[in-house]
Each structure stands twice: as C-alpha cells, then as structure tokens.
Design a protein around this ligand. Structure first.
Ligand SMILES: Nc1ncnc2c1ncn2[C@@H]1O[C@H](COP(=O)(O)OP(=O)(O)OP(=O)(O)O)[C@@H](O)[C@H]1O
Ligand SMILES: [Mg+2]
Length: 246
C-alpha cells in the first residue's frame, strides 16, 4: 500500500470523511469475509461427514473451528473501526439497547407478503447492568431478528418484555412464528445450525449465548411448532459481574 498516496487522500477528503469511507469499506470487507468463511466452514463440515479417514476428518474439523475464530477476530476489528470499545464492559441500560433495536427493525415489520408484524414493547425496568453494550446489542438483535424471520410469511406479534425479579433482569422475546421442532431445540445454539439456507450463517445464537454468559447471564428457549417461540434472558442487575470477557 502506498502510504504517501494514502496521506494525500486523507488530506483531500478531510479526517472525518476519510474515516467514514474507511468504515464503509470495512463493512464491505466484513460482509464478504463472513460469506467466504461460511463457505469454507460449510464445505469442510460437509466433507468431514463424507470421509472415513479420521485424520482428514480431524483436519477438516480444525479448519471449521478456525473459521469461527476468524469470524470473531473480524467482528472485533469491525467493532473497533465503528468506534466501539471491544473491551468496553460498562454500566448499560438494557431498555436503551431495546429501544435502539426497535428503531433498527422497523423496516422489517411490514413483511414482503404484505402481512404485518406487531411489535409490543413492555418495559417495566430500565435494566441497568454491566455489559459490553455493542456485543449485547448484537446478541439481542439476533434473537429479535430470528423472531421476525419466523413470522415473515404470516405476520404475527413480537412481544418484548423487560422486568425485574429477585435481583435479576428478565428479558423475554416472544414471537407467534413457525416455532422450533423439538429435535432442533437442542441444536439451535450449536455453531452453523441454520434452517435459513444461504440467508443464515447459524452463528447468531451461539454468539448471543456467549455474550450473555460473559455477563453471567443465562438464556432459555421454549417453543411450539405453529404457535411460536419464547427466548428468556436472565441477567444479574448491577452486581459484581465483571468478568474475563475474552
Ligand atoms: N424465534 C425463532 N423461531 C423459529 N426458529 C428459530 C427462532 N430462533 C432461532 N430459530 C432457529 O434456530 C436457527 C439458528 O439461529 P441462529 O440465530 O443461530 O442462526 P440463523 O438465524 O439461522 O443465522 P444468522 O443468525 O447467522 O443470520 C435458525 O436458523 C432457526 O432454525
Ligand atoms: Mg439469527
């Protein structure tokens, strides 16, 4: 890379605009990398299933594992570029995170088939706790988007409830979507499990669960096919839950 050319470009554009261009560029790189990693990981898992040679199988499993680590690194880089502090555990308001998410998903509430998804927010707590705000937002956003995906064909109702119980924060995300078959319930937190074909990487819930665990929280799921799904996230309120985040 020509450093002088880069400097000239930076002066021409101005610092702020230059940074914006870099952020946009990083978003494209991030997105493309994610898809490439998905292909590598998917094919290595498929090949691992189709081989009888245990050494080849072990190597393919290692390749697949490396793609998860790679994705994590890219995630951090992206967060950093976006100006978020990757190691930023701080006092955070869960209700603020949820209001932020509800703005981000507005465009998904009218489905392509013309069916409506009704969003009900029921906030009985500000939900103050310690977490890495960016990571937690991504974790909850994935759960909310999963609910919307599940109702995309039919429309339905998405209830988001936040309340306190016995010094815990309880966040419920409940949809009236397709539901999760019993056999799949134990697989949904596994890496690469997706029923969305090319549209999903199947990493969302694994990352959501990790983020919640890092804040000493827990996640539970209940679901009934044809009725809907409820995810419940339990987090300690403002306790000494500062942990080794990585
Ligand atoms: N609310 C839900 N209703 C029905 N199925 C769900 C719901 N949430 C998760 N699932 C199932 O769990 C799978 C895994 O979800 P996860 O968020 O890990 O990955 P994904 O949504 O498929 O892909 P990604 O999050 O990477 O875009 C989904 O593909 C879907 O089959
Ligand atoms: Mg998802």
């Amino acid at each position: 890379m020509d450093i002088n050319l880069q400097k000239t470009r930076r002066i021409e554009l101005g610092a702020e605009e230059y940074l914006n261009v870099m952020v946009e560029f990083s978003e494209i790189v991030f997105h493309d990398f994610k898809n490439i990693l998905s292909t590598i990981s998917g094919l290595s898992q498929l090949s691992a299933l189709n081989t009888n040679c245990s050494e080849v199988k072990d190597n393919l499993d290692t390749i697949s594992q490396a793609t998860f680590e790679c994705r994590d690194t890219i995630d951090r880089f992206y967060s950093f570029i976006k100006g978020y502090n990757t190691f930023g555990i701080k006092k955070t308001s869960l209700s603020d995170i949820i209001f932020g998410i509800s703005d981000m998903i507005k465009h998904r509430l009218n489905t392509p088939n013309g069916n409506e998804i009704k969003l009900n927010l029921n906030m009985e707590s500000f939900g103050i706790f310690y977490c890495d705000e960016y990571k937690m937002k991504q974790a909850i956003l994935n759960i909310v988007l999963n609910g919307i995906d599940a109702m995309e064909k039919t429309g339905g109702v998405l209830d988001i409830n936040l309340y306190e119980n016995s010094n815990k924060l309880i966040l419920e995300v409940q949809d009236t979507g397709v539901g999760i078959p019993k056999d799949n319930l134990e697989k949904i937190f596994m890496p690469e499990f997706t029923t969305k074909g090319d549209r999903g990487t199947g990493l969302g819930l694994k990352i959501s669960k990790n983020t919640i665990s890092q804040c000493n929280g827990e996640i539970f799921v209940e679901s009934k096919v044809g009725v809907g799904t409820k995810f419940t996230i339990v987090l300690p309120i403002l306790d000494n839950n500062l942990i080794d985040i990585n």
